[in-house]
Design a protein around this ligand. Structure first.
Ligand code: SF4
Ligand code: SF4
Length: 176
């Protein structure tokens, strides 16, 4: 059923539109005075000023790979993150670790590991699913590039963003 909305009856001075204009200007003037007297700060002077100090503890920024304290790649190329990634932003090409390598016990490592940051939706599922604590969402939010190719983070870039993470990873536990 259609509802008829009645037009409000305007007083004679409301037809002049001046009261509405002045009340709008009053709001603008209030904001202007608050900004000039530094009661409110509307604009952050990015990139000179950054959010870094104010980011929440569990902020989800760019996903990145990490190495452990021995410089080893934690990733064992299991491809779980590639499988779970909703927008299919991750591409992994695994390779076998040679039998004479000191980390041969692990069997596999990623020969290539790419994350397309145009596709990534920062959901954090890759971090959650990783059995090796090898991929983390870091507090990196300034992800830019001048081409689509630049927005695809390769293995080198992912380790550069990720850095080193120390701590127990079961695969490396001597007791296992
Ligand atoms: S954060 Fe989500 S979308 Fe981005 S790479 Fe990880 S699983 Fe994929
Ligand atoms: S980052 Fe983790 S989940 Fe992804 S392939 Fe490597 S070990 Fe598997």
């Amino acid at each position: 059923m259609a509802i008829v909305v009645q037009r409000p009856k305007l007083k004679w001075w409301e037809h002049l539109y001046l009261p509405a204009l002045f009340s709008g200007m009053k709001v603008t003037l209030g904001h202007f005075i608050a900004t000039v007297t530094r009661k409110t700060k509307v604009t952050m002077q990015y990139p000179e000023e950054k959010w870094d100090a104010n980011l929440p503890e569990h902020y989800r920024g760019a996903p990145a790979l990490v190495t452990d304290e021995h410089g080893r790649e934690r990733c064992v190329a299991c491809q779980l993150c590639e499988f779970i990634c909703p927008p299919r932003a991750i591409t992994i090409k695994p390779e076998e670790i040679p039998s004479d390598d000191k980390w041969a016990k692990v069997e596999k490592r990623p020969r290539a590991f790419e994350i397309d940051m145009i596709r990534c939706i920062y959901c954090g599922l890759c971090e959650e699913v990783c059995p090796e604590q090898a991929i983390f969402l870091r507090k990196d939010y300034a992800i830019t590039g001048t081409s689509r190719a630049e927005m695809v983070h390769d293995k080198g870039r992912l380790y550069e963003i990720g850095g080193v993470r120390t701590g127990l990873v079961n695969k490396w536990n001597e007791l296992k």
